[in-house]
Unconditional design. Structure first.
Length: 131
């Protein structure tokens, strides 16, 4: 048996603003942007080289959903973006205006720094330790 997580929903305030951040600031690919009618879209983005998990950008429409934007995990780091070259990606993201909440640090599990997307979600940029 083989399984994988195909997509995770990320509630955002606006489709186009989210697409712009994820594709231009982080360099993600826009995998799909389909109109579902009534103002709904099916928007999938994925980091370069990703073959399985996608982010489904879902526009918040109810008061509860709007309240969850940027706080889907109660203030904890929500998503972990693994990289094969931390220094390259950290420099690229910084030059594109991505806000890091801390300086890069080395941990037993790898090199890491927390950044935040424009909606308030915390991410780890992480180059896992080798072996």
């Amino acid at each position: 048996m083989s399984q994988c997580i195909g997509a995770l929903t990320l509630v955002v305030p606006d489709y186009d603003q989210a697409i712009t951040f994820y594709t231009q600031s982080l360099g993600f690919a826009l995998v799909e942007d389909s109109d579902l009618g009534d103002g709904k879209r099916w928007v999938l983005v994925a980091p370069p080289g990703s073959t399985e998990t996608r982010l489904l950008l879902a526009k918040a429409v109810s008061p509860d959903q709007r309240a969850a934007v940027g706080n889907q995990t109660g203030g904890r780091v929500f998503l972990f973006l693994h990289t094969d070259n931390f220094a390259r990606d950290h420099a690229n993201y910084t030059s594109r205006g991505v806000t890091f909440l801390e300086s890069p640090r080395r941990e037993p599990y790898g090199t890491v720094a927390v950044f935040v997307d424009p909606f308030g979600n915390k991410w780890d940029l992480l180059q896992p330790a080798v072996g």
